[in-house]
Design a protein around this ligand. Sequence first.
Ligand code: TPP
Ligand code: MG
Length: 896
Amino acid sequence: MAEFQQAPTVLDSGDLEPVETAEWLASLRYVLDAEGPKRARALVTRLNEVLAQEGLATHGPLNTPYINSIPLDRQPPYPGDRALEERIESLIRWNAMAMVSRANHEHHGIGGHISTYASTATLFEVGLNHFFQGKGDGHSGDLIYFQGHASPGLYARAFLEGRLSEQQLIHFRQELAPGGGLSSYPHPWLMPDFWEFSTVSMGLGPILAIYQARFNRYLADRGLLDTSRQKVWAFVGDGECDEPETLGEITLAAREQLDNLIFVVNCNLQRLDGPVRGNGKIIQELEGVFRGAGWNVIKVIWGGDWDALLARDESGLLVRRMGEVVDGEFQKYSVSPGAYMREHFFGRYPELLELVAHLSDDELHGLLRGGHDPAKVYAAYQAAVETVGQPTVVLAHTIKGFGLGEAGEGRNVTHQQKQLNEQEYREFRSRFGIPIPDETVSQAPFYRPADDSVEMQYLRKRRQELGGYLPMRNAQPLSTKTPRIEEFPDSVAGSDEREVSTTMAFTRHFGRLLKHKEIGRLIVPIIPDESRTFGMDALFRQFGIYSHAGQLYEPADSEQFMYYREATNGQILEEGLTEAGAMSSFIAAGTAYSTHGLNMIPFFIFYSMFGFQRVGDLIWAAADMRAKGFLIGATAGRTTLIGEGLQHEDGHSHLLAMAYPTIRSYDPAYAYETSVIVMDGMRRMFEENETAIYYLTLHNENYKMPTIPDGVQEGIVRGIYPLATADAGSGRPRVQLFGSGAILREALRAQRLLAERYEVSSQAWSVTSYTQLRREAQQAAHWNLLHPDEPRRSCYLEHVLAGQQGPFIAATDFVRAVPEQISPWVPGGLFALGTDGLGRSDTRERLRRHFEVDAECIALAALTQLAQRGQFEKSRLSKAIGELGIDPAKLDPLLA
Ligand SMILES: Cc1ncc(C[n+]2csc(CCOP(=O)(O)OP(=O)(O)O)c2C)c(N)n1
Ligand SMILES: [Mg+2]
């Protein structure tokens, strides 16, 4: 911990020249008083430069002493009625606690959290009373990422505001109760008019907030929307700061000078199991990290009652003691009587005991931490909103479970405290002065003052003046006319003799979309350092890479046509190597329709292996937040992306995508399929207002692209269409071959093998989406289950396959479970070939044989299925294996 402790004071026993030190300090004090802080800082900087030239210290310490960053004499006057605000906060505290506790008395184990909000109440309330702009005054308001586990406090406030009913509070965490209930955490999917951002998966709120703030800048820099008045606030837990997503992108915020971004870290020193840094100081650690990253850091450690003590601390020993004590010890003070603190905190130095001799034990115990003092919090927020050129983090010292007393305040178990007993209700009620009589307190009734009471009037007035209630999600139906595929004939035309990949074809189509006069400028291309891999570097020069600073250098490739062009109004978000950051940008753009009333159309193009598997939780949050847009998993396919091997070759993203209900996933084989899916998705999402995200995998295998056949568009979009028939003569056996993505061509080659060598007829189908086929079938099944007296509904798959005889063989570059998901709706079932197993590097031919998805293996599977049905002689199978050149002793790819 040494590095986080405060710098030695002048009176440190190691100071052998105290007179000289005093002279230097007096000079500095003179400059500060006479010429101001700017000049003082310039002098110190100059001194540092001299030291640096001597090879000595080059920078100041990242930590300041363990005291408030804003001294009392720079604290602005508090603009509100503190007594009234305190009363309102107490009522919210009570109702929040009562809501969780009652739900748990009613339904044991239903869960919820009391202690997180108890620690953050003042941090929220000061913001809601004085800072956070609502959406009602002509701009789209501040964007607030509330700490997810503090949701009870926001419900309790909305209850006072008259936005939620008592019935809804009673149904906390009982969303299926008659009349509906309240979701456990902030979930826009579940409460689309209330919650705006999904924050409960630790770490996602902070990273989303950073990219939201940057996206707001992007909109302004591109001239699309004036976001200059909007702030982005993120409330973060101190335990949450251990998540890599929380701190992993903070340098971006500083680099981009996001002074529209404010983090408030609720440093209650505890996480779920115990202290965050029992043996250290989380506030000091975070101060060093954020300051090092270039943030403005404001520490709110001590409440106002400490000011008098600090003023009398002439020796500097109080400040020193504050810096010495580790967090585990501070936590102990909050659960112990004041005598303990007197002995262990102040008792370390006789001078400090003297300093607090006039205070009783109870008064010592009641000394507030900064995060519970509205005046200190206000001062910090005011400084934060006035900061120019830097993001700000407010590190606020609080107590977890503040006010819960014996029921949990500061205790290691407090995070899990979900219900109070009668005695604890009584104490809580008295502690916060809630006017509930003894007779009814055991019921923990919700308390709401009369509408015309001063509290309620004040509460409403504050929010009216700030532009309306928060949190609030404001998604108005928005329809943007999107172009039709007919406007892009080149995107569905064949490539003649040229061999191209779906990635190349997509990139060309994408370039055409970007140039489109109406929707082009709404498109947000997002790429994490992979543009060259996908041939997208051609877009750099034309559309520019977004950088608020523009381009301050001459690029190394400036002589070239496709040079690396950065521009303030650049359109491309080239995020660098951060899929998590890129996904956060996707979410900011994909929810712009609700946060900004602006349809932006994000395309996040990434290495498919590093999508669902890498940032699946962010994609889940995107679904929760009703984000729209295109996820493009390029270089997909376990056997199609050759050479790269086990960690790169994606054969399962479609399996993962299947579980995300709003994601429509496609594995197209041809350029025209890709274009049709993109245009249909764009229309559905941005013109028809469907809430969905499209996931397309693209490949890098080059082949000739055919021209779109007539009448296939519906099939492409719904998931399957017939492609080619091979007729081996009447009376010959017949199979159905399903192929997808790059493996479609293997299915077509198998069709020829079967016809030419074994006189087997076949129908080949292109299956663009097994998942879409299954979903539609499931919906029909759901209806049929519940409506036995109505005519049975058939699904698209049954409709398309009606009259077709099996066997049905599917081959995919993804795991077998992807095609197998439609098996129940395929007459006689489906035999699937897929790429189950860890990948490896080799050529396409060898990989496809290894995973048994090449034409020969497909043909063999077809013959085997025919043999099982008595339509092919079983005894001919081993011969066929030999004829097809398949080694019967080959490895089983599953665990090879
Ligand atoms: C990614 C993730 N992992 C685990 C959890 C479960 N969890 C919820 S809150 C919590 C502790 C939070 O501590 P902190 O961030 O300090 O918040 P506090 O409640 O103390 O304000 C944990 C482990 C989660 N919500 N998300
Ligand atoms: Mg905490």
